[in-house]
Design a protein. Structure first.
Length: 87
């Protein structure tokens, strides 16, 4: 399946964010990851606006966008479903 880039917004110190990154790494799935807390204020504002547009106002990490579908929080079951992977 040809997919858009998988975007993952995380906090560098968040244990759930680390689990999220590990989920994709263990499966050899390339992701575009940005640690929100390590970017400048302007980029943080852009990220917040993007997350709020998808979520209706909440900003939660990790925040994953797979083929245009947002997933708030570490939800391996949802990643598997959206990627069409075997359980």
């Amino acid at each position: 399946m040809l997919m858009d880039t998988i975007r993952v917004y995380t906090l560098s110190y968040c244990p759930w964010c680390k689990k999220c990154k590990r989920f994709f790494a263990e499966r050899g799935i390339e992701i575009d990851v940005v640690d929100y807390d390590l970017v400048d204020k302007e980029e943080q504002q852009r990220i917040e606006a993007e997350i709020k547009a998808y979520s209706g106002g909440d900003v939660t990490f990790p925040f994953v966008v797979i083929d245009g579908t947002p997933v708030m929080g570490h939800r391996p079951d949802r990643y598997i479903e959206l990627l069409g992977l075997e359980q």
